[in-house]
Design a protein around this ligand. Structure first.
Ligand code: SF4
Ligand code: SF4
Length: 310
């Protein structure tokens, strides 16, 4: 079945996605070599799962038999409000768990497409399956992979969640990859307090072992690595994104309730019960109370020097 690409994009807009692009399903050029190089440097830290299904990450035809197209979608999460308080937390933590929200939106997108194409079938993916969301979003023309190793959209920057629907249908018009607009900028690389962004054979890579975002969330050890500079972050880290000129000019899109910000900031001195209640259903529930206390004690937040992020 061949679908009209403009109709798919209209459907994505109706569902609430900020952007949609479509790429032909094939093996992503260079993907395997880049992944193997990243793994061989040990930059995946404890993320052993990145070694599994490496072939499927760059070729959705191995994940979904008969796949012909990848419909990539993006939703910005840059908050409208200024966030203030003692706790420095990555911006995405103020929204609902994006895995759930995006998955639901992808099912709605499939339902919209089926209104015109009842036989349409597609499989939605968000982060958890072995498919490289950002590389496919780039292949579908939604942006380029910046030196911060994230997808950067010309309009929405990198504060975005990405997902995709892989389908066995083709479309009448595929999108092309957009050119890299980092244009000699090096701000993300030079701003990282841990020198976690490296250029290897002309490609920028994230060394997760040195990254605050990885260590405050995925790392389950008793202690954060010796010498890790958290910049005060206690969950995630946005330093290499905050400095990006494309994020500075990107529109704020998400209104976060003041009560929600205040509630999350109350985690400063929460008991375990309060922690579980406040973080339930939010991205913060990815860590447990023991990790939270570890991050708090080593991330040095302070009521005397509150954090402000606009
Ligand atoms: S998230 Fe923070 S620690 Fe990780 S690469 Fe970016 S600036 Fe560096
Ligand atoms: S900060 Fe500069 S180098 Fe880094 S992703 Fe943004 S534009 Fe590219």
């Amino acid at each position: 079945m061949e679908l009209e690409a403009s109709f798919i994009k209209e459907c994505a807009g109706r569902v609430g996605f900020h952007a949609c692009g479509i790429a032909e399903a094939s093996a992503l050029p260079d993907f395997d070599a880049t992944l193997q190089s990243w793994l061989s440097h040990g930059y995946n830290a404890d993320m052993q799962y990145m070694q599994r299904n490496a072939d499927k990450r760059g070729d959705p035809r191995l994940l979904y038999a008969g796949a012909r197209s990848v419909i990539s979608v993006l939703v910005s999460y840059k908050p409208i409000q200024t966030v203030e308080g003692p706790l420095k937390i990555a911006r995405y933590a103020y929204s609902v768990d994006y895995h759930l929200r995006l998955k639901q939106m992808l099912f709605e997108l499939i339902a919209e497409i089926k209104k015109r194409y009842p036989d349409f079938s597609g499989r939605p993916f968000v982060d958890t399956a072995p498919i490289s969301d950002k590389r496919w979003a780039s292949a579908a023309g939604l942006g380029w992979i910046g030196r911060n190793t994230l997808l950067v959209s010309l309009q929405y920057g990198s504060f975005c969640n990405i997902g995709e629907v892989v389908t066995d249908s083709s479309v009448d018009k595929y999108d092309s990859q957009v050119e890299n607009r980092c244009n000699g900028c090096d701000l993300c690389v030079s701003s990282c307090p841990n020198q976690a962004l490296h250029c290897v054979d002309g490609r920028y890579m994230l060394d997760a072992t040195r990254c605050t975002a990885y260590n405050t969330i995925e790392n389950r050890d008793e202690r954060l690595p010796e010498g890790l500079h958290t910049g005060g972050y206690v969950f995630g880290c946005d330093i290499c994104q905050e400095v990006c000129p494309h994020n500075k000019k990107a529109p704020a899109t998400v209104e976060v309730e003041k009560e929600k910000i205040e509630k999350i900031q109350r985690l400063f001195d929460a008991t375990e019960e309060e922690f579980d209640a406040i973080t339930k259903g939010t991205p913060l529930s990815r860590i447990n109370y023991r990790q939270w206390l570890r991050n708090l004690n080593q991330g040095t937040p302070s009521r005397d020097h509150p954090f402000s992020q606009s």
